[in-house]
Design a protein around this ligand. Structure first.
Ligand code: GLC
Ligand code: CA
Length: 548
């Protein structure tokens, strides 16, 4: 795909987007029925979370068959109809590719655990017990040990995620060839690219030493994140598949430092198109710990974002830009105010995101300012990560109330509530009973946004259009100003002597801010900008984009 630098990607969480047959689960026909909406918004690329056949322990990230569509979502015919529907509208689809692990229901794994002599045994990572225990102390990212014991084989298999998600062994050439073949099959079908799930974790070292467990980050990840052969494997994918089909590829690269992200995405290296990294959404993880209640400091957020902006630009890499996705709580609830200043907050985040360098991603519902689910009981949760975290918290002494409050703030299920389309029952998402209870009594919907002239939705629409045609935003240099200001995020982009400046008040205070002449106001989340004698009078969560 050409022009991916100018495009905006819209992320669809199919399960929660639109149900077409009343079974309470979003599906492909539902997406098809909303293509005009997405086209009108200006989304050029749609990223679908996994729709392959899966038992759904991890909502599709546990794939049982890469060549089949999960019947919950529809059929391969439906998928092809979706491809046609996007093609006719000049849009593209990227698929989620999960090749670090499969489901334990995948045929390969079933054969793998059949016997040690089975040729598929080595498709996964098996180890003998050490002194009757797990081979090492690595932790699963969803809690507990990263190893699961299999009685029949008297061996452990590695699972960096749920125990139903065994890790594939990329050292096995046949396994690798099977994956390459599958990727080609999808490319031939006409998809535009892949979002590569946890791709920086696929290469495990031969030696798997214990970690120190000193902090929650010393859980083994230092040994397998950006492991020994990862760039080699991805370059092979490029040679065999991505390059031949000019695919757009985005690597999910959690815990990857900038120099590595540059290696993944500098075009000269022929690996991936862009890096989806998470450092900026860990500013509220004190010492790396996720499951604690915590605020964040704007100065930290600015530093992370700026380091990535400058580092990737200098190294010729390319960022994906985002505030939220299906693994993060809603950004307005997390970073700003989802109540009194909800609309201002949503627009502020949009303005900052679109002002930065990289390809912007809009996660479904962000364009209508959806907020956290605020579930009040653990029974409302479905996500294994959140449920495990809850039980670990309670076991370690948190009260039920404390644990629920932490989940209300940190759980990724917060962003998986069904899309709020209109004022009908279940927001028009389903005529049945939604798989995740839509308990928010919320008036914020696509319908209500369309009715407003200057709502969040139309703000996104204008920004997407503006950015597509504005070279300063695509190619301009980035500079952070007033870096120590605890409330204001002020940055500039520059190209051939022309500038775009973004000034955003991340606080609920009125702030008088002195500025030089920055040109004309192109975007603002308040009706008018108050600027007198070089003094910008910023109201709570006000954000302005100037151009000269
Ligand atoms: C990625 C996905 C997440 C999933 C995990 C395991 O982080 O985005 O939803 O649980 O990988 O596949
Ligand atoms: Ca359905």
């Amino acid at each position: 795909m050409k022009d991916w630098k100018k495009a905006t990607v819209y992320q669809i969480y199919p399960r929660s987007f639109q149900d077409s047959n009343g079974d309470g689960v979003g599906d492909i026909q539902g997406i098809i029925s909303r293509l005009d909406y997405l086209k009108d918004l200006g989304a050029e690329v749609l990223w679908l979370n996994p729709v392959y056949k899966s038992p759904g322990r991890d909502n599709g990230y546990d794939i049982a068959d890469y060549y089949e569509i999960n019947p919950e979502f529809g059929t391969m015919d439906d998928f092809e109809q979706l491809l046609d529907g996007t093609r006719n509208r000049g849009m593209k689809i990227i698929m989620d590719l999960v090749v670090n692990h499969t489901s334990d229901q995948h045929e390969w794994f079933k054969m793998s655990r059949d016997s040690k002599d089975n040729p598929y045994h080595d498709y996964y990572i098996w180890k003998d017990p050490v002194d009757g225990h797990e081979p090492n102390n690595w932790k699963s990212k969803f809690g507990g040990s990263a190893w699961e014991y299999d009685e029949k084989l008297n061996q452990y298999y590695l699972h960096l995620y749920d125990r139903t998600q065994p890790d594939l062994n990329w050292r096995n050439p046949k396994m690798k060839a099977s994956i390459m073949e599958m990727m080609k099959w999808w490319a031939d079908k006409g998809i535009a690219g892949f979002r590569l799930d946890v791709i920086n974790n696929i290469s495990k070292p031969l030696e798997m030493p214990d970690d120190t467990l000193e902090t929650s980050m010393d859980d083994g990840r230092k040994f397998y994140t950006n492991g020994p052969h990862v760039h080699e494997y991805i370059h092979e994918m490029y040679e065999e598949v991505f390059g031949k089909h000019s695919m757009l590829t985005v690597g999910e690269l959690s815990s990857t430092p900038i120099d590595e992200a540059i290696k993944f995405t500098n075009p000269d290296r022929e690996e991936l198109t862009m890096a989806f990294t998470f450092h900026h959404v860990k500013v509220d993880y004190p010492n790396g710990a996720k499951w604690v209640k915590s605020g964040y400091k704007l100065v930290d957020l600015k530093k992370v974002i700026s380091d990535w902006q400058i580092g990737m630009q200098n190294g010729g890499g390319w960022n994906a830009l985002f505030w939220g996705n299906h693994d993060q709580p809603r950004a307005i609830s997390r970073f700003l105010d989802d109540n009194k200043y909800r609309e201002e907050s949503a627009k502020l985040l949009a303005l900052v995101e679109f002002g930065l360098q990289g390809t912007p991603y809009v996660y479904q519902g962000e364009e209508i300012a959806m907020k956290n689910a605020y579930f009040t009981d653990i029974s409302q949760y479905n996500d294994p990560e959140s449920i495990n975290a809850y039980h670990e918290l309670v076991e370690k002494g948190s009260s039920v109330q404390e644990a629920i409050e932490i989940l209300q703030q940190k759980s990724r299920e917060n962003s998986r509530l069904p899309m709020q389309w209109d004022s009908q029952k279940n927001y028009g998402f389903t005529t049945g009973s939604p798989w995740l209870k839509a308990i928010n009594k919320d008036t914020q919907t696509v319908e209500s946004e369309i009715a407003k002239k200057d709502g969040v939705l139309s703000f996104y629409k204008k920004l997407i259009e503006f950015r597509r045609n504005e070279p300063i935003l695509i190619d301009g240099n980035y500079q952070l100003l007033d870096e120590n200001n605890p409330d204001i995020f002020y940055f500039k982009r520059e190209l051939n002597g022309h500038h775009i400046s973004v000034i955003a008040n991340f606080s609920d205070k009125d702030i008088v801010y002195k500025i030089d002449d920055l040109g004309t106001v192109k975007f603002s989340n308040y009706k008018e900008t108050i600027l007198e004698n070089g003094e910008l009078k910023l109201r709570p969560y006000e954000a302005v984009l100037f151009q000269d």
